[in-house]
Design a protein around this ligand. Structure first.
Ligand SMILES: [Zn+2]
Length: 480
């Protein structure tokens, strides 16, 4: 297998965060009744022509700049002609010849190494409508429904150079791309709502060769994890086919999530979209000053933020990478850090408890009830010794579910830690009396025995004793 290498390029469609569609005033709001957000323009009725949405241009330029692209100052739209029921005009308005952004890149960090993936282009286009097949698949359905609410929604299509070499790299590329676009505020980048969609072009070639092999295009991947699995499967399938003396057919293949395989959808030998310039829309001429004004609105992006967390707050690079992987998480961290300025402790709780519960409950951070201020208060309680670290985790979970104040939870659950020495003295005396062997072991130099005795005190107090205080008292008593 190692005689071959994979050559992967990704095409990512990202929905721009505009209120209205690309060429008409219809709402872009997600989840409305089918065909309630349509007009003659986005239904493609004869004679209806639209006007370009300036906000969409601004967001596309912003996306391009955030991805280190050059911006085209003289661009235009083209017609990409094909027939499909989700495309009422019979052509899609896109930018075939002159993309609004081109020649960019993004940097990945993978297994401690950095890799740059170049971005060929990012162009503006309109989304087609959405087909729903009544019987599961296009082949087995007795009918299909079409919803044009999505028709005409502004997209930016971001095309990478074929420089990705594995499913893992593809996933890392998507995660980075998503974070950058989210930080820049150009899109919601929600794969489950279709505001980020990805197709992969996959081919293989002998290691050392510079000639590209025949590629297949993989569609229907609904998560970053699915993209990784689909690519890994497809690479292996192509290598096996070639090693068996077969050849790869240029085709579009669909990822089947349940079976874990890609299946042939249609052959795609030289598609001809008969593209030509869209003359019913004015060309897009951008002034350099306007582009610079847009650049000035781009906030701190993930790489800069990660660097800041490492350099200013001393966080390990790994922690900083996890925390800056989504804007929500980074904002939560920063807000908690303001009230509890111990970066590593905050990071441990965010990466440990917070991410663990979010993953276990399959929730977004915005759906959790815990606030950064709440976490800071909890950490102060632990630092004071009012509760143990272990109790803190219990309190954290209640805060996560119910959003209550940690002091209140500690009171309600009777969790406060026993640091009162007179109360502890009594319990410790009992433990010493009951465990003469461990006492003797410790006194004869077996340091480990003290751990057992501390454990017994913790057990007797149902975990409420302050282990640090217990340890100190025990040592004092046993030294007598
Ligand atoms: Zn419309």
């Amino acid at each position: 297998m190692s005689r071959y290498e994979a050559v992967i390029g990704l095409e990512v469609h990202v929905e721009l965060k505009t209120e209205t569609k690309l060429f008409c005033g219809c709402s872009t709001e997600f989840g409305k009744e089918p065909n309630t957000q349509v007009c003659p323009v986005c239904l493609g009725l004869p004679g209806a022509t639209g006007v370009l949405n300036k906000k969409a241009v601004e967001l596309a330029v912003k996306a391009g700049l955030a991805l280190n692209c050059e911006i085209g100052t003289n661009t235009w739209f083209d017609r990409k002609n094909y027939y499909y029921p989700d495309l009422p005009k019979g052509f899609q308005i896109s930018q075939v010849f002159r993309p609004i952004a081109y020649k960019g890149y993004l940097d990945l960090e993978l297994n401690g190494k950095s890799k740059r993936i170049n971005i060929t282009r990012a162009h503006l286009e309109e989304d087609p409508g959405k087909l729903t097949h009544a019987g599961g698949s296009i082949i087995t359905s007795h009918c299909s429904y079409v919803d044009y609410n999505r028709s005409g929604i502004p997209l930016v299509e971001i095309v990478s150079e074929p420089e990705i070499r594995s499913g893992e790299e593809a996933k890392a590329y998507l995660e980075k791309l998503k974070a950058i676009l989210e930080y820049a505020g150009v899109s919601d980048v929600k794969m489950e709502q279709g505001s980020l969609r990805c197709d992969a072009n996959v081919s293989v070639r002998p290691v050392g060769s510079t000639v590209l092999g025949t590629k297949t295009e993989i569609k229907n991947m609904n998560s970053f994890r699915a993209v990784q699995r689909a690519i890994d499967y497809e690479v292996e399938r192509q290598i096996e086919a070639l090693m068996d003396g077969g050849r790869i057919i240029q085709e579009t293949r669909a990822w089947d999530e349940n079976l874990g395989v890609t299946v042939a959808m249609r052959s795609k030998e030289n598609p001809d979209y008969r593209c030509f310039m869209e003359h019913e829309l004015a060309p897009i001429e951008l002034k350099t000053e306007w582009i610079e004004d847009v650049r000035a609105t781009i906030p701190e992006l993930p790489d800069a933020r990660r660097k800041r967390l490492v350099e200013e707050h001393g966080l390990p690079v790994y922690d900083a990478g996890v925390i800056t992987s989504s804007l929500d998480l980074a904002e939560f961290f920063d807000a908690a850090l303001k009230e509890y300025p111990d970066a590593k402790t905050v990071s441990n709780w965010v990466m440990g408890e917070l991410l663990r519960l979010l993953n276990a409950r399959n929730l977004e951070l915005s759906e959790a009830k815990i606030t950064p201020g709440g976490l800071a208060s909890l950490l102060k309680l632990i630092e004071k010794g009012a509760i143990s670290n272990k109790m803190g985790k219990e309190v954290f979970e209640v805060m996560f579910e119910e959003g209550k104040d940690p002091d209140q939870i500690v009171k309600e659950k009777g969790l406060s830690q026993i640091s009162d020495e007179s109360q502890l003295n009594r319990i410790i005396a009992e433990v010493i009396a009951k465990n003469p062997k461990s006492v003797a072991d410790f006194q004869s130099g077996k340091e480990k025995a003290i751990g057992f005795l501390v454990g017994q005190v913790m057990k007797a107090t149902r975990g409420q004793a302050n282990p640090g205080v217990v340890n100190a008292i025990l040592r004092e008593k046993l030294a007598e």
